[in-house]
Design a protein around this ligand. Sequence first.
Ligand code: AGP
Length: 372
Amino acid sequence: DAADKGGWSSFMAKEINDQPDAVENTVRGRVSERGVEIPELTALGDERLAGIDRVIIIACGTAAYAGQVGAYAIEQWARVPVDVQLSHEFRYRDPVLSERTMVISVSQSGETMDTLMAVKYALERGVTTVSVCNTQSATIPRESDAAVYTHAGPEVAVASTKAFVAQITALYLIGLHLGRVRGTLSAEDQARAVEQFETLPAKVREAVDTHDQIAQLAHWMADSRSVLFLGRHVGFPIALEGALKLKEIAYIHAEGFAAGELKHGPIALIDHGQPVFVLVPSPRTSPLMHSKVVSNIQEIRARGARVIAIVEVGDTAVLPFADDVIRLPLADPFFEPLLQVIPLQWFALELSTAKGLDVDQPRNLAKSVTVE
Ligand code: AGP
């Protein structure tokens, strides 16, 4: 058992540490100098892909948050409207589907019953179904028109970590493939994304190396009763994911918000000492969003929040307003979430450990939810 954990104290710790490989293995064989090409999508036929007029991503839990991140990128690169729907909600809204719709399911296990039933519903209506899955020959990829496997390796801990970064990576590859086939992506943007993928594993490693700093932080925060997370754009689903991790394994009330929603309600929650993690976009590449998020930080700080800012290295604008600053390597906007989520994973793990809980097997949860 200890051997399987590779010397780590838990599967989750091992799997967080596996993330540079998870990303690298998912990209391998799908990126060349010509750009991104996923053979499983090529097999569907370029004409079919070029004719898609709507994409719906269906998934549950962490996989749905990966879907939300991926949606921003697919929409940007392939210029096609993308919605994300929870698998268990999808069928009941009588969705508008046609043979030009593509449904992309995202599932680590490939056995989540809610997602499987949603995929079957889509198939019955003649929709093109693509499965993003981490488990070879699982039911969902077998049922789908195409399977784009993530190669994160087996994920044992109930709390998903490496599968999440691999899912975002796979969705980005799909967005870049569609963008190329549909002619919506410039050669320059394609090359830029390829370059980001090449440098990503080393940056993910640096994000994993925030562990010691996060462990210190968690030590001071072990008594927290509620933790909030704020993000904008692709940082928003990361805020949701950070909150989910904390609920799942540390049993702490946590919520994620879109930073722009603060003044529409959630700011009323801010009281003296309330811990708030803020995912700060890059001031270099997203100056407008950056300044908005810095204002959000000022607003909550003025009301007593304890601010933990996750920033790119060199961002000094937040320093006067943050109690703690976690620095991550420079990356293009779509590649920031793949780094930002890692300190949040460590934080949940460390709080769970500090509370003496079973990190890998949280109460009431199963790794794969095979009932509806
Ligand atoms: C993640 O930490 C969860 N345990 C859970 O939300 C999970 O992501 C969800 O149940 C979907 O599972 P799947 O990816 O195997 O379909």
